[in-house]
Each structure stands twice: as C-alpha cells, then as structure tokens.
Design a protein around this ligand. Structure first.
Ligand code: SF4
Length: 225
C-alpha cells in the first residue's frame, strides 16, 4: 500500500491536551476541506524525510513508513495532514508498534470506522467562520465521527476548536454541547496571532459542561516544526 505524503519528521506535539510530548509526524497530502487559515500545501510531488534528510518520490510505501515507526523512540506516531482520514486504509495497514495519534477534521465517518484502533484522537470541530462550504452537512458528519471515535478507557479523544477573532459563540456552544459526551474535553485554539478576549469568555461558558482549555499552537511560539 502507498500514500502521498508531504513530510516525515520528529518533533513535539504543539497543540491540544498532549502538548509537549515527542512524536513521529507522518503528514499526508490532500484535504477535503478548505479552511481559510490552512497552512498545509494541498499537493506534494515529493515527500521530505527530515530524519534521514532525503526527498522521497510520492507515493511512499507503507513499508518505508513502518520502518520509520519501528525505529522511533517517541510517545506516539502522529498522523496529520492534510486530512489523514482520506488515507485511512493506509494507516490501518500499518503495525501499531508505537501508540497511534490521529489528527483529523472529523468529516469522513465511513473512514473513521477504519481507525477505531487509534490510541489518541485529536478531532476538530470546525466553526462556520473557517470558510468551509456546506457547513450544516459538515457539522452532522463531525458529530458522527466523534460518536465513532469517542473517548474510552483505551482511546483518549479530545476536541479542538480553532477560533478566529470573530465567531458565533452561541453556535459553537451548541455544537460543543452535542459532542461533550464523546470527548475528554475541549481545546480552544486561537488562529495564530489573533486576540483571545472572546475565546476566554467562551471558555467560561463551556467549563460548565466540559474540561475546556485555551491552548495556542505552542510549536509556533517555540519556532519549531
Ligand atoms: S481541515 Fe486542516 S488541512 Fe484541511 S483545509 Fe482545514 S486546516 Fe487545512
């Protein structure tokens, strides 16, 4: 099995509940959404393996990725993107010799079913202001994905909400309330560099029903990948 990747590297997790843990990152190319703040290239002719400092031709084989996983000494392997769920079959073909950590936009419920074996899920709840089309439809699919990949004793699932300076707080509250029983808690993540006043007010309302933390993209402040 093969997949189109952008890069393979080791670093710290810079977002969410597990910020600071060391991870092997497998970044997939391609996404089914189009958020205005996206900083990931849509396509990649080649994949940069920053561990061996090699440029690999795409698509990259599962055997190659498996070797990287087996030789890494990390807290977990982070599948990120792009949207890794688009290539769920590729992830499912790998041996879990390290814990698997999935970062996803949570909009592909059929694919989510293939990834129940992941140990950590950092799932997005997108806000309307992200600029994505068919927002109601996306939201329904997100709730389905959280139900499928809900937090359990064996799988730690939390929800990340990326927030621009302006957003509909009531809509976010209602959506979060629908998801609250499936997650460990919520992370409110400001779009990098934006003001957080409104986000702090939202946190105050959300802590009535869930563990809600305001955490920025720490890797960007540290100037690491
Ligand atoms: S879901 Fe993530 S990768 Fe996809 S467009 Fe939005 S920010 Fe970019």
């Amino acid at each position: 099995m093969k997949a189109n990747l952008i890069e393979i590297f080791e670093s710290i997790q810079g977002e969410g509940f597990y910020v600071g843990v060391r991870q092997l990152f497998i970044r997939f190319a391609g996404c089914n959404l189009n958020c205005y703040y996206c900083d990931t290239p849509k396509t990649a002719e080649s994949c940069l393996d920053l561990i061996s400092d090699k440029s690999l031709e795409n698509p990259v084989s599962a055997e190659y990725v498996q070797q990287r996983i087996d030789s890494s000494k990390v807290h977990s392997v982070c599948f990120t993107g792009g949207e890794p769920m688009l290539q769920a079959e590729f992830i499912a073909s790998l041996n879990k010799t390290r814990p698997f950590y999935l970062e996803s936009n949570m909009t592909l419920p059929e694919k989510a079913k293939l990834l129940r074996f992941c140990d950590f899920v950092a799932g997005d709840l997108k806000v309307r202001e992200s600029g994505i089309r068919n927002y109601e439809d996306v939201l329904q699919k997100t709730v389905k994905c959280f139900k499928i990949l809900k937090n359990t004793r064996k799988r730690r699932t939390f929800c990340k909400i990326v927030l621009p300076e302006s957003f509909d707080a009531e809509e976010v509250l209602n959506s979060a309330y629908e998801i609250k029983n499936y997650v460990l808690g919520f992370v409110l993540q400001p779009v990098f560099g934006s003001r957080v006043d409104k986000i702090l007010k939202l946190q105050k309302q959300m802590i009535d029903f869930a563990d809600t933390r305001v955490i920025p993209q720490v890797h960007k402040y540290l100037g690491v990948r």
